[in-house]
Design a protein around this ligand. Structure first.
Ligand code: GDP
Ligand code: MG
Length: 195
């Protein structure tokens, strides 16, 4: 069995069990600086973005469409650790997600290209699994610095068969919608399996 850092939530092995306390791991992927930690902090309800908590997993229970779901958001993609360790963490991230959020910055075209690469990598590693993936164009508030048009993001999501949303962590715009959307995507797959 894989042993992870001590504060990674226990009880996370039961993602396919039924019951009210379903727990889903949501992994954030994307280049450095695109806003992953900012989005994770908003999810965790940490209001002051300037005080980014150096935590790397956040657990919260949301009520979506009248039903509770607990998400464990993993902001572990980037670590300050040695390269060897980072590779291990990245492989682990690719394996354990019940859903993935691939983030790029609309102000940084190279982060958009990285997002495509991550999508391809994920498809290769998790070929057999029909996991929800959301492509996120963050920093939508920085209109003057935009390098990636919203249509490009949308088109990319169509090609890669995933959902798409633009967010602004700074303005808290569409962040709630993003995490609710993930819950809905997970449920769609769960429900189609049951019938
Ligand atoms: P990470 O490396 O992907 O975790 O990115 P961070 O969350 O650390 O964000 C990198 C920088 O971008 C920080 O200075 C954030 O304040 C800033 N940032 C993150 N999201 C937004 C956003 O939506 N709009 C703007 N204007 N800046 C943002
Ligand atoms: Mg970060």
């Amino acid at each position: 069995a894989i042993h992870c850092r001590s504060h990674w939530t226990s009880g996370s092995e039961g993602s396919d069990s039924s019951g009210a306390d379903l727990l889903y791991r949501v992994v954030l992927l994307g280049d450095h600086g695109v806003g992953k930690s900012s989005l994770a902090n908003i999810f965790a309800g940490i209001q002051d973005a300037n005080e980014c908590i150096e935590e790397d997993t956040y657990e919260r229970t949301l009520t979506v469409d009248g039903e509770e779901a607990t998400l464990v958001v993993m902001d572990t993609w980037e670590t300050e650790k040695q390269e060897q360790d980072e590779k291990w963490v990245q492989d682990y991230c690719m394996q354990v997600g019940n859903a993935y959020v691939i983030v790029y910055s609309i102000t940084d075209r190279s982060s958009f290209e990285s997002a495509s690469e991550l999508r391809i990598q994920l498809r290769r590693i998790r070929q057999a699994d029909n996991i929800p993936i959301i492509l996120v164009g963050n920093k939508s508030d920085l209109v003057r610095c935009r390098e990636v048009a919203i249509e490009e993001g949308r088109a990319c999501a169509v090609v890669f068969d995933c959902k798409f949303i633009e967010t602004s962590a700074s303005l808290h715009h569409n962040v709630q919608e993003l995490f609710e959307g993930i819950v809905r995507q997970i449920r769609l797959r769960r429900d189609s399996k049951e019938t």
